[in-house]
Design a protein around this ligand. Structure first.
Ligand code: A3P
Ligand code: MG
Ligand code: MG
Length: 419
């Protein structure tokens, strides 16, 4: 049973500032200028194989290999070139960006994402019960600690600290950015301060677990389509051909590790990357792939812009991925039309529309949340976990746990920092 030590800072003698108990998430409180966000720099990468085993290299990196179609393959990346509405034809395959490259395989008509869906063994899903927490990230960090030396600090010594404020998964930060606008799903983030760095790891909420366990066959099928699309659009080497006869295995992934800064907070995080296109240094050459229902009605267009583009923008912006290639599909899983979105242009694109979202609000909220964490998470002890919780319509609150099953930094990792 978890030992709850305190609820709120005021109840801990001598820790934190009295009165700092919760953080508002209402967007009105976070308007104003956009905080500074440094261009993310890639520190390294790792791969997770078909068994979900960690490899300290980029062996699972995929290469962008889209079908080519339309009249001008060198067309500038389209930003809603067809207004986002209307059923497009095969000729509308817009992936055109000379920097993205690709091959001149012809557009053979709609891409059928449903291929393999009903074939036994063609969909191997990651075990969602297994809580990996930050295990893969700290595996990478433990192998590359010398990269975190300050100028003048001997990199050969075991470093006493990573000289970084926060370590986490990109996906956790995506949720933080979306919080001022999220109305359905709450979250829980566990934070531990160890050797001057706050490690943040998501804890699945009861509601999320229930939703995952109750997922309908139709929802699972649409998830399969998302992964199948990745297979259609990528090859295992530059210039290679996609192989859509292989099973979809969601254990596999390539992750980049980046370093960046949001206002006064230095951050190191890892995120899964769908593929690489062209020769520019990563993360500028990475491409995010998405599928989405073809937009026909104004309501569908609103949903795409208000909810999906917000999440897609946050996910790719955080990690410095400049392009998102979307396969617009129909209800039977056929992609008729591809569209490239430039990540940095998305906020402006939706900015002029009513009841939309504002990137500055998301980043200001994230900055405030990280500041809140710095104020609250003050005990430098790997066995102490501050569990931050949020439900739509409420403030972010937290509880502190000590020597409980919330502890998430692996013992072997902590051992490595012993003097
Ligand atoms: P689409 O989002 O294209 O449908 P990502 O786009 O982040 O690389 O994720 C790849 C696919 O994983 C998604 O494809 C979707 O099918 C599935 N996926 C991502 N996040 C998910 C979530 N929270 N729950 C269920 N499936 C998810
Ligand atoms: Mg992905
Ligand atoms: Mg994707």
């Amino acid at each position: 049973v978890d030992k709850v030590v305190v609820v709120g800072v005021e109840e801990v003698a001598g820790v934190g500032e009295p009165g700092v108990r919760s953080l508002s998430t209402a967007p009105e409180g976070y308007t104003g200028a956009c905080p500074n966000y440094r261009q993310p720099a890639e520190l390294g990468c790792f791969s997770l194989d078909s068994q979900r085993t960690f490899h300290d290299d980029g062996r699972l990196l995929r290469y962008f290999a889209p079908p080519r179609g339309g009249d001008d393959p060198r067309e500038t990346p389209g930003v809603e070139t067809n207004g986002g509405a209307g059923a497009a034809t095969a000729g509308d395959c817009r992936t055109g960006d000379p920097a993205i490259g690709g091959r001149s395989r012809g557009w053979q008509g709609p891409i059928d994402l449903d291929v393999g869906w009903s074939v036994p063994g063609a969909y191997i899903q990651m075990d969602a019960q297994r809580a990996e927490r930050l295990d893969h990230i700290v595996s990478w960090l433990s192998r590359h600690r010398s990269r975190f030396a300050l100028p003048g600090q001997a990199a050969s010594l075991p470093l006493p600290s990573l000289n970084t404020d926060f370590v986490t998964w990109r996906g956790h930060l995506t949720k933080v950015l979306g919080t001022p606008y999220e109305r359905r799903e709450g979250w829980q983030l566990a934070a531990t301060l160890f050797r001057g760095t706050r490690y943040m790891s998501e804890v699945e909420t009861e509601a999320a677990r229930r939703e995952r366990e109750m997922r309908s066959l139709r929802q699972k099928q649409m998830c399969y389509w998302g992964y199948k699309f990745e297979q259609y659009m990528t090859a295992d080497r530059p210039g290679g051909e996609p192989d859509v006869s292989r099973p979809v295995n969601t254990n596999e992934g390539f992750c980049t590790v980046v370093r960046t800064r949001l206002a006064g907070h230095s951050l190191v995080f890892a995120g899964e990357v769908d593929c690489r296109a062209g020769e520019r240094p990563p993360p500028s050459s990475y491409v995010e792939l998405k599928t989405s229902r073809e937009v026909v009605t104004p309501g569908q267009r609103f949903t795409l812009h208000r909810f999906k583009l917000m999440k897609w923008w946050a996910q790719s912006f955080l990690i410095g991925v400049p392009r998102i290639v979307v396969g617009f599909r129909d209800d039977s899983g056929h992609v008729q039309h591809l569209q490239t979105y430039e990540t940095l242009k998305i906020p402006k694109m939706v900015g002029s529309e009513e009841k939309m979202w504002n990137a500055a609000v998301s980043l200001n909220f994230c900055e405030a949340f990280l500041s809140f964490l710095k104020e609250v998470v003050t005990r430098d002890d790997p066995k102490v976990v501050y569990l931050f919780s949020w439900e739509p319509g409420a403030d972010v609150t937290y509880r502190v746990y000590e020597n409980s099953e919330q502890t998430f930094l692996p013992d072997w990792y902590i051992e490595q920092f012993r003097d």
